[in-house]
Ligand binder design. Structure first.
Ligand code: ATP
Ligand code: MG
Length: 656
């Protein structure tokens, strides 16, 4: 079904953007020198500019990745084979023979050179109460926790579930697992007890780490209580380590271990385990936007290298910069760009505990000023929300520290992109719309790195990262679309070190989902348009494409025009006009910007659209509502506000 939906889908999506092609975000080219930018390039003969380096990275993949892996990671013993991959079996192996420890790469080696450098800035819920943790302190926390986990019986190869908000002990818990050779399974601390129990059971964890309570947006959340409910249905769990985020005591059972108290009894030295490159580092469940979440498995060396390299070059991160990724550590964005990428690079990374509107909609920008954030990385859903509150909330604060602005998670519509660029970045910071997935481990398509003069087009991810070779495939006949100005299934045609290795306990689902739809390619599930210039633009998930009068419309396309979904359902910024007047305006806007046939038959205003906990619109649920298949809404465990679905259903029944 997915395939036929996409047949012949050639979309006029970028026409409105093309007209407004901005030649923005130029950097001075005077000092540009490929070797000062990526030192390994010295070894790559004939490479003198970005496009040469990109070509080298995909054509001479072994040489490229071999050199950067030797240069950027600290190995306990060297690898003998750069890659050993076979997409037909879903076999992905990198740096075989090599041994290393991820926590040593993220901590010890920086402690040797700059022990007092700040590793983490814990931006707590109340503004102005941030806590800074140096590399030396983070190593100590990690070692004590590693020793405690060992004392509690956690062994190499076990999987520890972490249910914590962003905080230093959460990062230390992840790194402690890595230090002793256990895998971690971080579950977003906003999930219900059932969703948590599902993930604990799937991972077969005997140990859970949590906090007594969380604090977010001025509200206290009883996280330990959620864990108590979850573990009732998880026979594998033998112990729950409880850290104290607030001073309130919570009921403790025989199974519970007071984390701070016990870890303070431990030694500050914990011998790192020599791990094979392909041992498991963590599992992480996807957002569940398209169906049942998948427990993707990432391994040690390749994942770490890929996150470090993308963090350095996509965001143009330099030593001593303060990197502000406001995602939650429970998502892949948090794993790769709060924890592993920045720490592997010896960077200073922000752990954001609050919300974009607490105590007011100026929170992000007040924080940027106070912490001197240089790179800010957020989600379109938050940008769209803040845009509604107006420019003043941004302009009240000094944002001169900002150098790069990033976006991730969903397509960023043009209005939000331009606001981000013009208002937040004062028109001077490159905006990098980064496309990637839990499966890809790190950013795969983004406007940077590139030649320093290269343009950035609003709302486009644009350019593949080093080593990434994207391909568009015709969804009907499965052939590669080689010309530009075409749209198809976004695939990647060769392996890269950051990609997921399997779905936990379901290798067959892994091969079926990612490698069988287009043999020889990794299939992303997303659709993309490649412009005349060769730039990529994500047009939405292939499942979300709508067939109207024989024409295929991507939801991103419609949303870019009206910021809503067909049968158009949307929520309003503010109630300013009558709904029927607005409906007429929308119809005119769609027919003008796309085509008459794209005009919606029904327009429904809703309080809020159903979204995942990570802020993505659950379009598959809207589709079921429209098809009147409300008995088959599918897995709703990752839904943020369950009432939103019932309201949409009721509203829709009234409409039709
Ligand atoms: P599930 O796989 O369970 O349905 P999910 O795909 O939402 O959940 P993630 O891995 O967190 O889980 O999200 C990756 C997806 O998010 C991508 O496949 C893509 O659809 C979307 N996405 C991420 N970044 C971008 C971006 N910059 N532009 C457009 N879409 C993006
Ligand atoms: Mg997905």
């Amino acid at each position: 079904m997915m395939c036929s939906l996409w047949r012949g889908f050639s979309l006029p999506l970028t026409t409105s953007l093309n007209r407004r092609f901005l030649k923005c975000c130029r950097q001075l080219s005077r000092s540009y020198n490929i070797e000062s930018c990526i030192p390994e390039a010295v070894a790559f003969q004939g490479v003198s500019d970005h496009s040469g380096l990109y070509k080298f990275s995909v054509n001479e993949s072994d040489r490229f990745w071999g050199a950067v892996a030797r240069q950027r990671l600290s190995w306990i013993s060297p690898f003998h084979t750069v890659q050993n991959c076979d997409f037909s079996q879903g076999k992905i192996k990198w740096f075989e023979g090599g041994k290393l420890n991820v926590s040593v790469n993220c901590l010890d080696r920086h402690v040797h050179t700059s022990p007092e450098r700040v590793a983490l800035i814990w931006e707590r819920d109340e503004p102005g109460t941030e806590v800074k943790i140096t590399y030396r302190q983070l190593l100590e926390l990690t070692c004590r926790l590693g020793n405690l986990l060992k004392r509690q019986g956690v062994r190499r190869g076990d999987c520890v579930t972490i249910y914590m908000p962003p905080c230093p002990l959460a990062v230390a818990s992840m790194l402690a697992c890595a230090r002793i050779g256990a895998a971690h399974n971080v579950v977003f601390a906003g999930f219900s007890s059932e969703a948590l129990a599902d993930r604990i059971r799937d991972a077969q964890s005997s140990t859970v780490i949590t906090v007594n309570q969380g604090v977010r947006g001025g509200k206290v959340v009883d996280l330990k209580r959620t864990v108590d409910q979850a573990v009732q249905n998880c026979p594998s769990v033998q112990q729950v380590l409880v850290a104290m985020r607030t001073e309130n005591t919570v009921a403790m059972t025989d199974r519970d271990v007071p984390l701070e108290e016990e870890m303070m009894k431990e030694d500050v030295v914990c011998e790192p385990v020599a791990m094979d490159s392909e041992d498991v580092l963590f599992l992480l469940y996807t957002s569940g936007s398209t169906g049942k979440p998948k427990g993707l498995v990432h391994t040690q060396a390749g994942y770490l290298l890929y996150t470090a390299l993308t963090h350095r070059y996509v965001f143009n991160y330099h030593d001593r910069d303060v990197f502000g990724c406001v995602a939650d550590i429970g998502w892949i964005t948090g794993h790769s760009y709060i924890v592993y990428g920045p720490l592997c690079n010896g960077g200073t990374t922000v752990l954001f505990e609050s919300t974009p509107v607490y105590p007011n909609p100026g929170r992000y920008w007040e924080m940027v000023e106070r912490l001197g954030i240089n790179q800010f990385y957020g989600a379109p859903t938050a940008i769209r929300l803040l845009l509604k509150y107006g420019d003043e909330w941004v302009q009240n604060y000094n944002r001169s520290s900002l150098k790069t602005l990033g976006s991730v998670g969903e397509p960023i519509n043009t209005e939000a992109w331009e606001w981000y660029h013009r208002v937040v970045g004062d028109g001077r910071c490159p905006v990098v719309d980064t496309w990637w997935q839990t499966e890809t481990g790190g950013i795969c398509i983004a406007p940077r790195p590139s030649d320093p003069e290269a343009e950035i087009v609003p709302g486009m991810a644009m350019r593949p990262f080093y080593g990434i070779k994207p391909a568009l495939l015709d969804t009907e006949v499965g052939e590669v679309l080689s010309s530009n100005d075409s749209t198809g299934a976004l695939c990647i045609s060769q392996a890269w070190p950051g990609m997921a290795r399997t779905i936990h306990n379901h290798h067959q689902r892994f091969t079926e989902t990612y490698f069988q739809p287009y043999p020889g390619y990794f299939f992303t599930g997303d659709g993309a348009y490649r412009s005349k210039e060769g730039y990529y633009q994500i047009v939405g998930r292939l499942d979300d494409v709508i067939n109207v009068s024989g024409h295929r419309l991507g939801t991103a396309e419609l949303e870019d025009v009206v910021v809503c979904t067909i049968i158009i359902m949307f929520s309003l910024k503010a109630v300013m006009v009558q709904e029927d007047v607005l409906a007429q305006q929308l119809r005119e806007m769609v027919s003008r910007s796309i085509a008459k046939y794209a005009c919606p038959d029904f327009i429904q205003v809703v309080r809020c659209l159903p979204k995942t906990r990570s802020g993505k619109i659950m379009r598959r649920v809207l589709r079921k509502v429209v098809e009147r298949n409300t008995d088959e809404l599918g897995d709703l465990s990752t839904l943020d506000d369950p009432d939103s679905v019932h309201e949409v259903i009721r509203g829709h029944q009234r409409l039709r």
